[in-house]
Design a protein around this ligand. Structure first.
Ligand SMILES: Cc1cc2nc3c(=O)[nH]c(=O)nc-3n(C[C@H](O)[C@H](O)[C@H](O)COP(=O)(O)OP(=O)(O)OC[C@H]3O[C@@H](n4cnc5c(N)ncnc54)[C@H](O)[C@@H]3O)c2cc1C
Length: 517
């Protein structure tokens, strides 16, 4: 598919192959391997975006969405074949209140504001959220003594609903908790959220508002022409060049590498691995809240938390590594988690494990976000978004947009974004297979394809037809839950693969036969 920059009005494009719009102009056009003929004259474009956001994780998609309120030509560029394919797909999916953040930091402010913004946005767009509350459990006298200071810290962070519970009150709330707990700090507004629908909702809304989403486009170098007015950046990607006057670096684990492409080296990212275990749905009966340990100097520690899909998570570990691709689980890490889980919720360990996974936090030298503006370069870097980026995403986006305006980007008047309503993936909210009226209207919602997660043919079709469709089975899982259950796709995998391959072949014009629905 050949891309031209989206006009400032109307729908943007989603591209996964073919040359980027920058191939149409500039010195690279003549010599680059992906050089193509001149752009369609009707586009009236010189192939330059007003702004490019590098990284389509939960942070980059949120920023692109926020910028889309303004009449700008925006490109959202990612190395991966899908949005949310980096750290954003592998976290503990908690919508934090920010009660335990370090008061006065940028992270504390943006997590608090992000919690408020994302709670409202989720209700508007159909992103599943359950306000189950958290209990910070003290297992010894030292931890018990630390709880009042944590309550005071919560107040310093503007959160005054945290309160202490004695052991009886704690066990009344969590009867399956292991023996020996002495008390807890209750944080009633901590919530669980769908980590997959969130970046998808942002990307969907951004594309519908005119953002061009270019996937499979790893940026390997950036060259910048001088001059604030006339100058532009050229992103060199595997799909050819892309030009933009302003840049936002939201490259997560690789934000330091992108920073260096622009001659900056203000921080270094150290990947901090978090391994997690997902228990099957029967385990959900044993836990009502997010069960947190009392934090230590070494980190937030291991938690037990329900998920919006009806499972239970145990994790994460915190291991500083050198390798930014080390998302494998290890026998040692999983054993350590099981040992800690056995103390927190002994019955959990008797339940079946559905999956294990690991995510890498983008830790830096500092215990705060690393957001810097370089007005003379028309560049903002958004680094060090370690363990709270999902929660803070909308506040980060508003903050970065403000920084761009201060640095000189002419935003113009804001406009309303097109409304989006995302398909519900939450177990506690109505799903199509349960809805007789919906099935009567469209029988595809009555045909279950993934029996573990009760995903219907209608939902698969909708995902394949969506504004930002999946490129692979993994992306289909994040949009529907298909293959996310106890059999991990053993039964439904071949059917899903067939449906996806037909769709992909249909898109590339190789398969003419109609879909089976
Ligand atoms: C174990 C764990 C648990 C967590 N739990 C929570 C939680 O409960 N609540 C919470 O709020 N947060 C949590 N987080 C943090 C949260 O997941 C992250 O802060 C967030 O996902 C970061 O999003 P991002 O968009 O910055 O990074 P990413 O999702 O990694 O996105 C960065 C994107 O940049 C792209 N990219 C990188 N380099 C290039 C390049 N050169 N060219 C083009 N594209 C590039 C990548 O492909 C990637 O898609 C957790 C994190 C971990 C690891």
């Amino acid at each position: 598919m050949t891309a031209t920059p989206a006009t400032r009005e109307g729908h943007g494009t989603v591209t996964r192959n073919g040359p980027l719009p920058g191939a149409f102009s500039g010195p690279d056009a003549a010599s680059g391997p992906d050089a193509v003929s001149a752009p369609d004259a009707a586009s009236g474009s010189d192939g330059t975006y007003d702004i490019a956001v590098i990284g389509a994780g939960v942070v980059g998609t949120a920023i692109a969405r926020e910028l889309a309120r303004h009449r700008l030509r925006i490109a959202l560029v990612d190395a991966a074949p899908d949005v949310g394919d980096g750290t954003s797909k592998a976290n503990t999916a908690i919508l934090h209140t920010g009660f335990d953040a370090t008061p006065g930091t940028l992270e504390a402010r943006l997590v608090r504001e992000g919690h408020r913004r994302l709670t409202a946005y989720a209700a508007e767009c159909g992103i599943p959220v359950e306000t189950v509350g958290a209990l910070l459990v003290a297992w010894d006298q030292e931890q018990l003594a630390a709880l009042p200071a944590l309550a005071a810290k919560a107040e310093a962070n503007g959160y005054d609903a945290a309160h202490l519970l004695d052991a009886d009150a704690l066990y009344a709330r969590e009867p399956h908790l292991g023996p020996g707990a002495l008390g807890a700090l209750a944080v009633p507004d901590e919530s669980i959220i769908c980590p997959f629908t969130t970046p998808l909702a942002y990307a969907t809304q951004a594309v519908r508002a005119g953002v061009d989403l270019h996937l499979n486009a790893p940026v390997s170098a950036i060259s910048s022409a001088p001059g604030a007015e006339q100058g532009r950046h050229t992103l060199h990607t595997a799909r050819g060049p892309l030009h933009a006057r302003w840049l936002v670096n939201a490259a997560g684990l690789h934000a330091d590498t992108v920073d260096r492409m622009l001659g900056r080296s203000t921080f270094t990212v150290t990947p901090r691995r978090g391994q997690l275990v997902v228990f099957d749905k029967p385990a959900r009966a044993f836990v009502r809240h997010i069960l947190l340990p009392v934090p230590t100097a070494l980190g937030k520690g291991v938690l037990v938390a329900p998920t919006v899909f009806g499972n239970v998570l145990l994790g994460p570990t915190a291991e500083d590594l050198d390798d930014k691709t080390a998302t494998t689980s290890t026998a040692q890490g999983l054993a350590a988690l099981r040992a800690q889980g056995a103390r927190i919720l002994p019955e959990l360990l008797d339940e079946e494990v559905t999956a294990v996974y690991a995510g890498l936090r983008a830790a830096t030298e500092e215990d705060d976000y690393r957001i810097d503006t370089w007005p003379e370069q028309r560049y903002v870097t958004v680094g060090g978004i370690r363990s709270t980026g999902l929660t803070a995403s909308l506040a980060l986006a508003a903050h970065v947009t403000g920084l761009l305006a201060e640095a000189g980007l002419d935003l113009g008047a804001p406009r309303a974004l097109p409304a989006v309503r995302m398909p519900n993936l939450g177990e506690r909210f109505p799903r199509p297979y349960q809805d007789a009226a919906c099935i009567a209207e469209d029988p595809a919602y009555g045909q279950i394809v993934c029996h573990c997660e009760r995903v219907t043919r209608g939902e698969i079709r909708d995902a394949l037809d969506s504004t930002v469709p999946p490129a692979a089975l993994e992306g289909l899982r994040r949009r529907t839950r298909a293959r996310g259950g106890r059999c991990q796709g053993f039964h439904c995998g071949p059917t899903l693969r067939d449906l996806l391959e037909r769709e992909l072949a249909g898109r590339s014009g190789e398969l003419k036969e109609s879909r089976p629905w």
